[in-house]
Design a protein around this ligand. Structure first.
Ligand SMILES: [Fe+2]
Ligand SMILES: [Fe+2]
Length: 172
């Protein structure tokens, strides 16, 4: 049976993962309207991953005998600036998420909830990947600057990203 303190913090994180999905959908729409279909695709896939993260966490709460706590999902911004600024916002958002995940890991340790600690380790590792990916995109967008040809190439490259359910084949 999972402790209430962890039900609360994991439920908050389910909400935060769905907010992340909302944020990336809003960024995707912003990129799409600006004509960057490939960048919009990358952000759309990112949004789907965030929904998978939130859903997987929700399932963990239920599996452990907890009752997930629901709350309003915050409205994301509607405008994000140029492409470099979009990716800078992705990076700063992911850094914030990393801090949240680390706090959950710390709480699981304090509560000696080894099952939640083992569960959240996947997210700790995932955040390393998320930050690396976002840092690379910020670096690429900086190199590209406002060069339309290079921006077009970056957009084309990001059109190739496809959604892979990170938890496919994993009943948990
Ligand atoms: Fe996430
Ligand atoms: Fe993320």
């Amino acid at each position: 049976m999972i402790k209430e303190s962890l039900v609360k913090t994991l439920s908050d994180q389910v909400n935060a993962e769905y907010y992340s999905a909302y944020l990336y959908l809003a960024m995707s729409a912003h990129a799409d309207r600006a004509g960057f279909k490939g960048i919009a695709n990358w952000l759309f896939v990112q949004a789907r991953e965030e929904m998978a993260h939130g859903t997987h966490m929700y399932q963990h709460i239920l599996e452990r005998g907890g009752t997930p706590v629901f709350a309003d999902i915050k409205v994301p911004p509607a405008s994000f600036g140029n492409i470099k600024e979009v990716f800078e916002k992705v990076l700063s958002h992911e850094r914030m998420v990393t801090e949240r995940i680390h706090k959950i890991a710390t709480l699981a340790q304090q509560e000696q909830d080894h099952a939640t600690y083992a569960f959240i380790t996947w997210y700790v590792n995932e955040q390393v990947e998320e930050e690396v990916a976002a840092e690379e995109l910020v670096a690429k967008a900086s190199l590209v600057a406002d060069n339309p040809g290079l921006l077009y190439n970056l957009d084309t490259a990001l059109a190739a990203r496809t959604f892979i359910d990170p938890f496919a084949g994993n009943a948990g």
